[in-house]
Design a protein. Structure first.
Length: 140
């Protein structure tokens, strides 16, 4: 099995809390950054999604904090899509220090919202295949 898509981020000092740890909310920003970077790498832009009349939505997110991150740490944020049979899919992500130590595990249940009907698209895989130049990045 190949490694999941990944993007490198450096923890900035202003992202830390009073203990010097990466602020808990920033983990979500890193995860979101990796997801949008994956979309771009697959050939999907925000404008392309809106032009198709859809937008990604997150329905649930769970973060498991494993190790602290400090200013200056370089981390790799992974992103892997898992598909079921319905309207939603799961995005599994890890935030790993450069030495491979897992600092956090993030799991998000997501879908594609039909921007006109305000309901989830019945088969999001089809949209990703139609819009994407590299659907393999989504595990398709």
């Amino acid at each position: 099995m190949s490694e999941p898509f990944s993007v490198r981020v450096t923890v900035r000092g202003y992202e830390t809390d009073v203990q010097g740890h990466l602020n808990q909310a920033v983990y979500l920003n890193y995860a979101e950054h990796a997801r949008w970077t994956l979309l771009k790498a697959a050939g999907i832009s925000q404008a392309g999604l809106v032009g198709k009349g859809v937008g990604p939505v997150t329905l649930e997110t769970t973060i498991r904090y494993r190790r602290e991150l400090l200013a200056g740490d370089e981390v790799d944020v992974t992103c892997a899509f898992e598909w079921g049979a319905g309207k939603t899919f799961t995005i599994r992500q890890e935030i790993r220090r450069a030495d491979g130590t897992v600092a956090a595990e993030i799991s998000a249940v997501a879908g594609l919202l039909d921007l006109k009907d305000r309901r989830l698209v019945a088969d999001p895989r089809t949209v990703f295949k139609e819009l994407g130049a590299a659907p393999n990045l989504f595990g398709l």
